[in-house]
Design a protein around this ligand. Sequence first.
Ligand code: HEM
Ligand code: HEM
Length: 216
Amino acid sequence: MSEKILRWALAERVEHLIIMVLMPIFIITGLPLLKIEWFGWMVTTPITMDLFRTIHRMAAGLYLAVGIFHILYHTIALKRTKIIVTIKDIKDSIKLIKYYMGLSNEKPEIGFHNPTEKILVYWLMAVWFMIFMGISGIILMFPSYFASWIHEWALVVHDVFFFLILFVLMFHFYMSTLYKEHRPLLEGMFTDGMIPAEFAREHHSLWYKEVKGSNQ
Ligand code: HEM
Ligand code: HEM
């Protein structure tokens, strides 16, 4: 049997599964709130607009809970992470995007994270876009506490980031399922957390050397 190495621990896989389920819930329950003229057909008895609102808000609460767990997991539980973005990540991302687009054959040597996923999917979408969604969402939730212009701006922010999230999600979905080269990573996220060592050696060579170094 080919050698395997651990990529994602159980807690990380469960976290990913929860946010992966929450995103479609946000999107589906957000659509009739966004444009009832187009998505009114979704609201049929016993499903009401209030039910959509309640589920949307419960999803927000759960996302916040996952966020708090995530921070505690990487601080108190001391699961070390390389999630901080470095200059090398930015340079490597540019090289990787050129490589993915077929504009270059040069593939940078990377560590644990794929830098484009780290920047776009983790920091931009899962952290910053969701912070904007959360703040604007809270303003939408309590309109009587805010001036009407703040409420209007919150709606604009919530709508703009809704489309940005959809865009990044499509990129993430493509890179993790349809982009053949990355298929072994699905095993790591959706089965037992392990990926073939050979894949790590080829695609995440710096991380592979680190793991091998620490095992000697
Ligand atoms: C549509 C279904 C999805 C699939 C098939 C999928 C697949 C994956 C896979 C295979 C990985 C592991 C990549 C690696 O090992 O380097 C991953 C990582 C990740 N996914 Fe997803 N995912 C999905 C949805 C989502 C959603 C909805 C979110 C966020 C709201 C999300 C956020 C993340 C994040 C933050 C990472 C870690 C990226 C990193 O830091 O390197 N994913 N996903
Ligand atoms: C993270 C925390 C979030 C909170 C607290 C939140 C809260 C809210 C609230 C209170 C509303 C207004 C509902 C109403 O009409 O009474 C709303 C609308 C909406 N939400 Fe969220 N939301 C969040 C995240 C998201 C996410 C991640 C998405 C999709 C990716 C999303 C998509 C939408 C859409 C499309 C609308 C309709 C906006 C409009 O009327 O133009 N929300 N949200």
